[in-house]
Design a protein around this ligand. Structure first.
Ligand SMILES: *[C@@H]1O[C@H](CO)[C@@H](O)[C@H](O)[C@H]1NC(C)=O
Ligand SMILES: *[C@@H]1O[C@H](CO)[C@@H](O)[C@H](O)[C@H]1NC(C)=O
Length: 310
């Protein structure tokens, strides 16, 4: 700490201040050393030290506040957290003293000489704001201060959209995708589906008679769920499916339709790199297998495994 201050001074100005700073640091170092060595006959390294952590923490009302206290060379001493404006400690070691159930301590022993003692405040409220002290017990000189600011409004949640379902499918089988769109304080009004940029509609010639779109809002909740089923998939159904909520949030998923030939071989028709890797993996694999009409399922499994590894 003293050395850093000295270095700071060295950087900040020259001449006079450098000399003063270095002198001060030397004097304070000697002082710290002698003070420590008179207390117990250990080496200088054993002086507890706070590792720099945020000293000004700002959170929204309702969030989890985490006040950090990272200590080197704690030794057998105890760590006390207290609010600067209050006499009673909040925690002592791993024991929580305050009856406030939202307060807890998270102790993490990184190594024998390195530990974290973070004070956690759940569901933070404006009255929690203030200065907190992380103190190494029995030595008033080792104190780390953290200022907690609480913004008196909840954090803005973001609307979310998640799409999941069939990623690999054999030609002529069904593609089934689900989209879960969640709003902030109410469910979105609607969900739209797009395929390679074109809006999915049951009347579109590409999907006519094969596409089913269902939508529902589970109650209670902030979600809107939509499912699509494309029956009798074709190679032309390979591509990027996008789900967009009326909150203009989107998610996408790439579907690969695999071509099942009459001789039992599988020619994938997936866009981009994947198709190349599948093809090379396939030609690299036992081509004899194709002549011997191995079961398609086994081949598909092999290809999917190789693709996953690549
Ligand atoms: C701490 O952070 C708050 C909010 O970001 C700011 O208003 C305040 O000035 C900061 N205080 C210090 C001492 O840096
Ligand atoms: C939809 O997403 C919301 C928020 O992520 C989640 O709470 C809900 O359980 C999800 N519903 C389904 C059916 O996956």
């Amino acid at each position: 700490m003293n050395l850093r201050w000295a270095i700071y001074k060295l950087k900040a100005s020259a001449g006079f201040y450098v000399v003063i700073g270095l002198w001060l640091s030397v004097i304070m170092d000697i002082y710290g050393y002698t003070e420590e060595s008179t207390r117990r006959p250990t080496s200088r390294q054993a002086i507890p030290k706070f590792v720099p952590t945020p000293i000004n923490v700002t959170v929204h009302r309702g969030d989890l506040a985490e006040l950090h206290c990272h200590i080197k060379n704690l030794g057998p001493k105890m760590v006390v957290w207290r609010k600067a404006s209050e006499e009673n400690p909040l925690t002592l070691g791993e024991v929580v003293f305050t009856p406030a159930s939202e307060i807890s301590i998270h102790h993490e022993q990184i190594s024998q000489s390195d530990s974290r003692w973070n004070l956690l405040i759940k569901n933070v409220q404006p009255e929690h704001a203030g200065v907190y002290e992380c103190q190494i017990s029995a030595t008033g000189i080792y104190t780390h201060y953290v200022a907690l600011n609480v913004l008196n409004y909840p954090a803005k949640r973001k609307p979310q959209v998640t799409i999941y379902g069939t990623e690999y499918v054999n030609e002529y089988s069904n593609i089934q995708l689900t989209c879960n769109a969640s709003g902030v304080d109410r469910a979105p009004d609607d969900i739209d589906w797009f395929f390679d940029g074109t809006k999915l509609t049951t009347s579109h010639p590409h999907w006519y008679g094969r596409l089913e779109i269902t939508k529902h809002r589970p109650l209670p909740g902030l979600s809107y769920i939509s499912e699509i089923t494309i029956q009798h998939s074709t190679l032309g159904d390979s591509g990027n499916y996008v789900c967009r909520s009326s909150d203009i949030e989107v998610d996408s998923l790439t579907v690969h339709v695999l071509n099942v030939n009459k001789d039992g071989s599988i020619v994938p028709r997936a866009p981009g790199e994947e198709s190349d890797s599948i093809r090379s993996a396939e030609s690299g694999a036992h081509s004899a297998a194709f002549n011997h009409k191995e079961p398609q399922v086994l081949l598909l499994f092999l290809i999917l495994t190789v693709t996953a590894c690549v």
